[in-house]
Design a protein. Structure first.
Length: 652
């Protein structure tokens, strides 16, 4: 028997916080969905997560709580495991840096690199951020002597320390990145890391003496090993590296993907590979950094008091919906905006209107027109071929994105099939076939719809693990008869004669009631300078163009579109390249709004587009359409459509 291909994915091991928020959940949900997807494809997939439990900040918090550090972390780790269980995270191993299996490996690697001559003792004097457990040079600090990562004040640290001679490996690291251009993803992060190393790589402080909550340095018990040297080693200590049983290490290493948020990419893309180089251990295959989940007031963080509790959201909207929203909204490598209203809109549009409604319509018509039995007909319609062709192409279209952890676009590919099936209902008109007595065509149409639902449900199951059982119950299937892996994604595997059992909507539409606006206050009179500026802008309003007839206006096809991706066009200060969805298709549009919007601000927005504008090339990019925007003076603002109108909807 041929041995299965292996796949190994890791998340960073989390600092034991008593308040993990929905932003933390993204990394773990994405890794879990990726693991499930790989298992569907027949891989022997292995998923590691855990907790990073050493360091100065842990010791300080334990003292504040009147506990030992071990007691403190033990009490919190159980809560983290409960959260992952709630979100249906099926990790294969959960490692704690206080585990004895981890401690020994860290000490062995430290000693190995020391004996090689790449670790030396010296005095450290510089800046240290306790929350980030990170040392910074003067030039690396942000304004006001604050941490460039978290923005908090840093403090002067002065102590005897051991240093890892990272600077010695700078050229070797750069050569490796040049030979392996896909090692750091996305490309923007790779460029950042290359720039960081080329500015001059400092030697890394790898031990501390001002606290004792950590792994003792094996050659000097006065020191504990610096937390990042300790924590990063979990990716191989969990596999039994350097132990009597290193079978998992030999099987799964090097890791296929290290996935983390962009704020800790430097540790994973620079420090960790150089540690491995010094220890003569193969490097992982890929390091992928995703963006942040942003609130209206910026990055979600406990210090800002704007964290969103995933437990409350899951209880309110369901685990499948939360997982779907996280992976649907986070465009590859970019930040995503979070609000509860955006979550509700996602549920209403994608899950209730598109997917859930397709199931409800299909089962209702099978029940009403065919006595509840799914049977392929002997005649087809002119609309069948396109639907079946898209169904055949969707798995590979989805896989192209999923294999690089671009879950948002992978889901978009699945939803193209969902949207196509909904349009197929309108085009094939089963009610008309029933009225005309064209029973065989009617059977074919209803079978096709049920078969699309079967395939879509298999494809989306890694994202929504509970959805399959609910759909199979309504389609009269079981996991065995429906299929659960990619071998089942072959058209026509839905058993003939299946009896449906119509049920409640998968995702009932949520009536989002906005907060009542507070009584309007009298406007504050504008300051003279502001009034002058407003008058100047008003004077610049362009005069009306010549009148047109209603026939002229009707030639313009205005549609609602949803922005999927956005990026700047090189050497074009005013232009952004957008990928937009019109429901049944995606297209590229170039828009001159780069001076008014960042690419990240546009992701997920519902805009209005002139859809039938003749294509034109701008800076070498073909633009198919024009985004509508209002201007007054130097100000330009895109026209946004209501979020409950589906992409492709006509603007009249």
């Amino acid at each position: 028997m041929t041995e299965k291909k292996t796949f190994y994915i890791t998340t960073p091991i989390y600092y034991p916080s008593d308040k993990l928020h929905i932003g933390h959940a993204y990394t773990t949900v994405a890794s879990d969905a990726m693991t499930r997807y790989k298992k569907q494809r027949g891989y022997d997939a292995y998923f590691l997560t855990g907790t990073d439990e050493h360091g100065q900040k842990i010791q300080q918090r334990a003292q504040e709580a009147g506990k030992t550090p071990q007691e403190f972390v033990d009490g919190i780790v159980s809560g983290i495991k409960e959260l992952w269980q709630l979100l249906d995270i099926q990790y294969d191993d959960f490692i704690r840096t206080t585990d004895e299996r981890h401690v020994k490996v860290v000490q062995d690697i430290f000693k190995k690199i020391y004996e090689k001559g790449d670790i030396y003792k010296s005095e450290y004097s510089g800046w240290y951020c306790t929350p980030c457990e990170t040392f910074f040079t003067e030039r690396q600090l942000a304004e006001g002597h604050t941490c460039p990562d978290c923005g908090r004040p840093v403090e002067v640290a002065h102590e005897e320390s051991y240093f890892f001679e990272m600077s010695k490996y700078a050229d070797r690291w750069l050569e490796f990145i040049e030979a392996n251009p896909d090692f750091i993803q996305p490309e923007t992060r790779r460029n950042e890391m290359i720039s960081f190393v080329k500015q001059g790589l400092e030697d890394l402080c790898v031990s501390r003496t001002t606290f004792d909550w950590g792994i003792p340095v094996p050659i000097d018990s006065k020191h504990v090993i610096y937390v990042w040297f300790d924590a990063l080693t979990n990716y191989i200590s969990a596999l039994g590296y350097g132990t009597d049983d290193d079978s998992k290490f030999r099987k799964y290493w090097p890791a296929d993907i290290h996935l983390m948020a962009k704020d800790i990419i430097r540790f994973h893309a620079i420090i960790w590979p150089i540690i491995l180089m010094a220890a003569d251990i193969p490097l992982p295959k890929k390091v992928v950094a995703h963006g942040w989940l942003l609130m209206q007031d910026g990055k979600m963080s406990k210090s800002k008091g704007n964290v969103v509790d995933p437990v409350i959201l899951a209880e309110k909207y369901g685990v499948d919906a939360i997982r779907f929203f996280l992976l649907r909204e986070m465009a590859y490598g970019m930040d995503a905006n979070y609000s509860e209203e955006a979550l509700v809109n996602c549920i209403n549009i994608d899950l209730a209107n598109d997917y859930g409604n397709l199931l409800s319509r299909t089962t209702a018509m099978i029940e009403k027109f065919l006595g509840g039995v799914i049977t392929p007909g002997t005649e087809g319609t002119e609309f069948d071929a396109e639907l079946i062709e898209l169904a055949a192409a969707t798995p590979e279209n989805m896989a192209r994105y999923m294999d690089k952890l671009d879950a948002a676009n992978a889901i978009s590919e699945i939803w193209k099939l969902v949207n196509k099936a909904n349009k197929y209902v309108d085009a094939a008109a089963p009610w008309a076939l029933n009225k005309a007595g064209e029973t065989e065509k009617l059977k074919t149409v209803m079978y096709n719809l049920a078969e699309v639902l079967r395939q879509v449900t298999i494809l989306i199951s890694p994202v929504m693990p509970h959805i399959a059982d609910r759909v199979w119950e309504q389609l009269g299937l079981t996991a065995e008869t429906a299929g659960s892996d990619w071998t089942a994604l072959e058209w026509g595997k839905l058993p003939a004669g299946t009896r449906i059992k119509r049920g409640e909507p998968l995702f009932p539409r949520i009536e989002w009631e906005k907060q009542q606006a507070a009584p309007a206050e009298q406007p504050t009179p504008a300051a003279p300078a502001e009034a002058a500026k407003a008058a100047e802008a008003a004077a610049e309003i362009a005069p009306l163009k010549p009148e047109i007839t209603i026939e002229d206006f009707e030639k313009i096809d205005l549609r609602v579109c949803k922005v999927l991706t956005a990026e700047k066009i090189k050497k074009a200060d005013k232009l952004l390249k957008l990928t937009v969805s019109l429901g049944n298709e995606e297209r590229t549009v170039v828009s001159g709004i780069a001076q008014h919007y960042t690419p990240e601000e546009l992701i997920g927005k519902q805009l209005v587009i002139v859809a039938n504008l003749k294509p034109a090339k701008l800076r070498g990019v073909e633009s198919r359409g024009m985004i509508l925007a209002a201007s007054c003076g130097d100000t330009l603002q895109v026209i946004e459509a209501p979020c409950d109108i589906l992409p492709g909807g006509t603007v009249r």
